[in-house]
Design a protein. Structure first.
Lengths: 572, 127
């Protein structure tokens, strides 16, 4: 339905523009042909000849296009020649006019937009694989698209800025990512972007304004009740509105980062695990974090500053905030210092005794200055700095800070993790409640089996299409356990280098399922392992013979004849 | 060792070797191509096809397809032989034997591909 209406718009604009030229061309041809047919030709045997309509049309065809084959089929009379001159000039003018109209049509912004929309809708409809719909292609959107492309997942992009869509077309992604310039909260654009397609696996709203993201989430939920939505929102104003929508994950980069930081301070192992899953460069499971224990200074009390301040305080880390907007009661109780972060206020906040400083304002230059000031007062201080703009990356890397926090990167990483491994959140929730021993055990297991700095995290959906071997085993009432499935097909006494993290059945999630976990068709498994282990596991799920060998160490006969022989031998 | 692999490998290889034995020699010389060899080749090819029936794996489907191609070409070769021998006055002329051998060579290609697939499949298992 939406596609045909786009086509209608394109056709309508073309017809409206071409109406004049087409009428003019038809008239010129009609006049020319009639004239040639009526005007008497040269005399043959005393009788004047007349051109037939077919010959007149033939003559006009090559004359109007200025091809000019000459006087065909017989030489013209003088009267015909005079008419031929008139025809030629009239038709050339008509043609120029038509061509000029076509050029104007191609330059018409409405026509271009209609055409772009039409081609976009077609290229989205042609995507055969599961894809993600990204609304907003700023820093976060492009980082997310890059991450998806590295995992060979397709995405469809909508952004209001034509420059960003042009930039999208120039990226060297591994997969095709169609982009449309338009407003993502308009239902028509969302439909064209494949919102109601079966293959749309998620919608990510990453525009700069929280209101816009909320609008997009509402529109998407109204039109598609089941698709998961991930929404960027940096203020708590809309919490209630988001709660009313089902299956929406709200990502607040500031909240996420302050969670990350406090986790890092309290349970460094979980933080390392988190960063290792995210594929942060250089992170290995052997990393020991040197997060210091003691007083912290947070410069900036805006959205991020407040989050950090609160989450540090809630875990009873002593912290002092520095900002011109500090409320009076905070200043009185000694929790805040009012004023810009300069040497004086930093000294007041006790930077000399502090173990760490966080520069968290929304101005990169202020943050850089704060860090330099703090370093000059206390060279040993642990530095966490917020980088607001992706283009300032070089300046921040020269700073040699202990931790750089880039809101767009944090959001993109979280969104990506949610898209490729939805149950990962459950794993972390459970690990936080667990004893240190469970975490340590998982660490050892991951270290000995996966042994990579950049692990592959994937969700294996055990559906009939994707895991026909398991479906067949279920039909034959064979018992398939997780331990059997993850055996190595080239040596069944070994295990594939992958660790099952979460098993999902219906709405229930089992964290760190054991080797005796029985698998059934329709389950989903979140695994972490090497790239090759993923391929081998997929191959096992695709071939019942391999699966059977892994379970029983017996290679069953494949052909009818050998199966009959087997049965006959068994009977004896 | 797997009994099915032994039986299977034996017939597939035998089909290939017999096929080579039949097509070897000058293409248009009837005395170089024995009708008994053609007969045995066809029988062994049929058996090999029968053994492939029932395999649900991808490679099994491809093997069955290759076997059916070989069967088809060998049957065509045998039909031409029969028609030339019994249905025409001239008997097996050099022209006729050339066609028969050409078609059988097509079957040979299908048999070679079958063997390659079986060997590759076995090597990939590494067990």
């Amino acid at each position: 339905m939406p596609r045909s209406s786009d086509l209608d718009r394109v056709t309508m604009i073309v017809l409206r523009f071409m109406r004049g030229p087409i009428v003019l061309l038809i008239s010129v041809y009609a006049i020319g042909i009639t004239g040639m047919a009526v005007i008497p030709g040269p005399e043959v045997d005393g009788e004047p000849t007349h051109m037939s309509f077919f010959h007149a049309f033939y003559f006009m065809t090559y004359t109007a296009t200025t091809t000019g084959f000459g006087e065909l089929p017989i030489e013209f009379s003088e009267a015909q020649r005079m008419w031929a001159i008139a025809c030629l000039y009239l038709s050339v003018v008509a043609w120029f006019y038509s061509i000029g109209t076509i050029v104007r049509l191609v330059q018409n912004p409405y026509f271009r937009q209609a055409l772009a929309q039409y081609t976009f809708a077609i290229s989205v409809a042609r995507i055969a694989e599961p894809f993600v719909l990204i609304c907003g292609f700023g820093d976060t959107g492009s980082l997310l698209a890059r991450g998806l492309s590295d995992r060979l997942i397709k995405a469809v992009v909508i952004d209001t800025d034509p420059e960003r869509i042009k930039a999208l077309g120039l990226r060297d992604y591994w997969v095709k990512m169609p982009g449309l310039c338009g407003d993502a909260s308009v239902p028509k654009q969302l439909l064209d972007a494949g919102l109601n397609s079966r293959r749309c696996t998620g919608v990510v709203a990453l525009t700069r304004q929280d209101e816009k993201n909320l609008d997009i989430a509402v529109m998407v939920r109204a039109m598609n009740p089941s698709v998961p939505i991930i929404c960027r929102c940096t203020s708590r104003r809309f919490d209630e509105e988001f709660k009313a929508l089902s299956n929406v994950a709200v990502l607040d980069p500031f909240e996420t980062f302050s969670e990350q930081l406090t986790t890092a301070l309290q349970s460094p192992a979980l933080h390392t695990l988190d960063e290792w899953f995210l594929g942060v460069p250089g992170v290995t499971l052997d990393r020991t974090l040197g997060y210091p224990v003691g007083n912290w200074v947070v410069c900036g009390h805006g959205r991020m500053g407040q989050w950090l301040f609160e989450s540090l305080r809630s875990r009873s880390v002593p912290v002092v905030a520095v900002d011109p907007r500090i409320p009076e009661d905070m200043e009185r109780s000694g929790l805040g210092v009012r004023g810009d972060a300069n040497r004086e206020t930093l000294l007041q906040a006790g930077v000399r005794e502090a173990v760490g400083i966080i520069a968290a304002t929304n101005n990169d230059s202020v943050n850089l200055r704060t860090v330099m000031n703090a370093r000059s007062l206390n060279p040993e201080v642990f530095v966490v700095v917020r980088q607001n703009r992706h283009e300032n990356a070089v300046a921040f890397s020269m700073l040699n800070a202990n931790l750089i926090m880039e809101p767009s990167l944090v959001t993109a990483q979280r969104a990506l993790l949610r898209l490729v491994a939805p149950p990962i959140g459950t794993l972390f929730e459970r690990l936080e409640d667990c004893e240190g021993a469970t975490v340590q055990e998982l660490f050892t297991r991951l270290k000995t089996t996966v042994r990579e700095t950049n692990p592959t995290l994937w969700l294996a959906r055990l559906t009939r299409d994707l895991a026909p071997a398991l479906a067949r085993a279920n039909e034959l009432e064979q018992r398939i356990t997780l331990g059997d499935l993850t055996r190595d097909p080239s040596n069944r006494n070994r295990c594939l280098p992958c660790v099952p993290l979460v098993a999902e059945r219906g709405g229930n999630r089992t964290v760190l399922p054991g080797a005796d976990f029985e698998l059934r068709e329709g389950d989903a498994l979140l695994l972490c392992g090497t790239r090759s282990s993923r391929y081998l596991l997929d191959a096992t799920l695709g071939s019942w013979y391999t699966l059977n060998y892994l379970v029983s160490s017996v290679e069953p006969p494949r052909g009818y004849f050998m199966r009959w022989v087997e049965r006959a031998r068994a009977r004896k | 060792m797997n009994l099915e692999k032994v039986v299977f490998g034996f017939f597939i290889l035998l089909a290939l070797t017999l096929n080579v034995a039949f097509v070897d020699g000058e293409i248009d010389n009837p005395s170089h191509h024995n009708v008994w060899l053609l007969f045995v080749t066809i029988i062994v090819n049929f058996i090999a096809t029968g053994l492939k029936l029932g395999d649900r794996s991808q490679i099994g489907a491809l093997l069955l397809a290759a076997a059916l191609v070989a069967d088809l070409q060998l049957i065509v070769a045998a039909s031409i032989w029969t028609i030339a021998e019994h249905g025409s006055e001239s008997g097996i002329t050099p022209d006729v034997i050339a066609v028969i051998v050409s078609v059988s060579r097509g079957a040979l290609v299908a048999n070679i591909i079958s063997v390659i697939m079986v060997v590759a499949d076995t090597l990939m298992l590494r067990r």
